[in-house]
Design a binder for this molecule. Sequence first.
Ligand SMILES: [Zn+2]
Length: 191
Amino acid sequence: MSATLWTKIQKLLGIKADGIPGDKTANAVAARLGIVTATPESAPSRVTIDSRSAGNIATLRSDAQDKAREWLLKCLEAGINVKIISGSRTYQEQAALYAKGRSAPGPKVTNSPPGFSWHNFDVAWDFVVFDANDQPLWESPLTERCGRIAESLGLEWGGSWNGFQDISHIQIKTGCSLVEARQRVKDGKWT
Ligand SMILES: [Zn+2]
């Protein structure tokens, strides 16, 4: 097969497009096809978390940090160039976002006022798949693949929500409602 064709395939997979099919390409193809590529437990991790993702992970609650890291590494090991583009938001930051398209200029970016987004409780993050040149792939089928990986780890993926779906959103399962979460924050019991 020609290098040009491999380059095209690699671009579609969102991995480094050098036209040379190696392990990373094989893993990405396998991940795309839904074939599980088993890596031995003892094998050292060949992937590293980028600084942007690491910074966003650091804003999360410690249990969510562990899960976010585990999920991200699993995606990266599957050959997907994915980054965590947002983590926790304070009530104040959420208020500023909510104002957009309402009392502030620009299009609406969220339907959640402060206290109505799980990002305000340090347990949620948003991700985007990038191509080999680090350009965001908004329509990539790999987004769903990342969501399914999250679900396989017991996480909640926004793409599986009933009604409004948020395919870039992942959170840990808290076992409580937003109403309860807001009350716990008020009582200083959200940990
Ligand atoms: Zn989100």
